[in-house]
Design a protein around this ligand. Sequence first.
Ligand code: PHE
Length: 334
Amino acid sequence: LEGQALTQLQQCADETALRAWNTQYFGDKGVMKAAMSKLSGIPKEQKPAFGAEMNRIKAAITTAYEAALADTKEKALQVSLTTNPLDVTLPGRAPARGRLHPATQILRQIYSIFADLGFQVYRTREVETDELNFEFLNMPAHHPARDMWDTFFTTTPGVVLRTHTSPGQIHVMREAAGKPVRVILPGMCYRNEAISTRSEIQFYQVEGLVVGEGVTMADLKGTITAFARRMFGPERQVRIRSSYFPFTEPSIEVDIDWPKDDPNRDRLTKGTGWLEILGAGMVHPNVLRAGGYDPEKVTGFAFGMGPQRMLMLKHAIDDIRLFWQNDLRFLKQF
Ligand code: PHE
């Protein structure tokens, strides 16, 4: 019995065969049960010896079966490892991480500085009427100052792509309906200009508008100084020059002293040490009126800046076209 069991066991090629062997010998109708049933026909005095021998055989073939089973499983594992190799010690592949566009980054920086100064963000449309883009901003038809902006006209008469964020001033004032205003108006603007290292046909602007009783030029200067110091460094000085915009009176342009330790200082400031960062002024009475405010009761200031230009100044970027070219070598540096 033992020899036959062991021989058959050796002939089992895989786990399925081994398990069948196990059922054949140890199952309910198995060989071992059948062998044990012979016990009743055996003379009494031989029974203990028969029982002991049966137990020995049972133990021996069980041990052999378990060893064969373990051996078969191990072999199957080796086969699967060599035909289907998987190196669990390989480091994983890091997923590529995205990032914000540099223009978005500088915009968000500007939002957070003005948020600290109590300004809300207000967005208005990029397609405007001639009225909003010019007329309500104190530039009636044929006003020569319209030439300050090379305008994209649409096929619909009287509809233009906004050349600046200033029409947003009118939208905000009309919505605020006489209440005090303190907002920034970020957004895309469009100008029909020859594309060069210095000008693009589309670019961001951030407009600022504050309207209320007793708002003065000193408030404008203080706001811009606070902004410039947060954006360009706590030591920055601002310089105010007289300028002209139809929608502000008086109008100014604001320069900052460029940090002395910047190796690009001379080139950026053309040797003067000062760089223009924005245009601004006190809101013209006609513009306040167009927004529904009484210039006898309230005053206001407004400013307009180019966030992309600010980023270019901060990082000595010399070509504005890099912003919309989607060249990852440029974008990944921010
Ligand atoms: N809108 C002006 C421009 O595009 C900038 C500006 C805004 C100037 C607000 C004064 C006040 O050049």
